[in-house]
Design a protein around this ligand. Structure first.
Ligand SMILES: C[S@@+](CC[C@H](N)C(=O)[O-])C[C@H]1O[C@@H](n2cnc3c(N)ncnc32)[C@H](O)[C@@H]1O
Length: 250
């Protein structure tokens, strides 16, 4: 991307070679890069997909850190982490997101066709882009009380969708009917609606996970018995709220 630089970029071709070793025979793999930095891994996964028609997914997680030199300048300007004028220079906002978007669309952030070619095992203009799609989410801290009272649902919605395979429609808001079934998962928020929910889950062919919001383990188990064996039942929000409790329990 013209004019945008960051320290120590990796060679996309070296990352591609490394990924090929374990992904060559796995066209449906999900790659997780939890220190994703500038997003080279995701970019290399897109190249691999193009080479063999694969449908690999890549989940990239990164902070939004600012380089040391820029940090010194921003501090001198009396800015702090969290200020929009600081965060805009962070690696995620300044490099990763525009880079992934540019790689897919074949256009610079200014809307110009990218100049140059990929030159490795294959050769083609970068301006061709990739037949891929990407979504960007911001990880936030939600209080346990808000989560357990269903008040943080919109923030949690992408997590439920990702856990079920990052595919198809996402349930963005609490369903008015007390339940909803999307392409790969279902959500039950009103236990009285368990009957129609279980029927809809049974009819939907690709549903893998059923999220059931209840504090009552026995009612949860009663609903699980109505679901097909192929569907993984998950009780909300129990595991999400207790997973990390040991770290805080003093
Ligand atoms: C060496 S780079 C990663 C290179 C990357 N895997 C690639 O494909 O090019 C490491 C990145 O991890 C990010 N990072 C550092 N601490 C982190 C944290 N606690 N959580 C997520 N990302 C972090 C930094 O922004 C840094 O750019």
């Amino acid at each position: 991307m013209p004019g945008r630089k960051f320290p120590y970029p990796k060679s996309i071709y070296a990352v591609e070679d490394a990924l090929r070793v374990c992904l060559e025979d796995r066209p449906d793999a999900i790659v997780l890069d939890f220190f994703a930095g500038s997003g080279t891994t995701a970019h290399a996964v897109m190249r691999l997909n193009r080479q063999d028609g694969g449908q690999r997914q890549c989940i990239s997680v990164t902070n939004n850190e600012v380089g040391a030199d820029e940090q010194a300048q921003l501090c001198a300007d009396n800015l702090r982490p969290g200020d929009p004028n600081w965060e805009q220079w962070g690696i995620c906002d300044y490099i990763t997101k525009p880079r992934i978007k540019a790689a897919i669309t074949g256009q610079t952030p200014e809307g110009e066709p990218i100049k140059g070619d990929y030159r490795f095992t294959d050769e083609f203009p970068m301006a061709e882009g990739f037949e891929e799609n990407a979504e960007f989410f911001t990880l936030t801290y939600e209080t346990p009380v808000a989560v357990s009272h269903n008040r943080a649902f919109a923030r949690i919605a992408p997590l439920l969708w990702m856990r079920a395979g990052n595919e198809g429609r996402r349930i963005e808001a609490l369903p008015v009917a007390g339940w909803d079934v999307a392409d790969t998962y279902g959500l039950l928020t009103e236990l009285d609606a368990a009957g129609p929910f279980a029927d809809a889950v049974a009819k939907a062919e690709k549903v893998r996970v059923a999220y059931i919001v209840t504090d009552d383990e026995r009612r949860f188990q009663a609903i699980v018995r109505q679901l097909p064996d192929t569907v993984e039942p998950v009780r909300l929000y129990e595991s999400y709220l207790t997973n990390f409790r040991f770290a805080m329990g003093r």
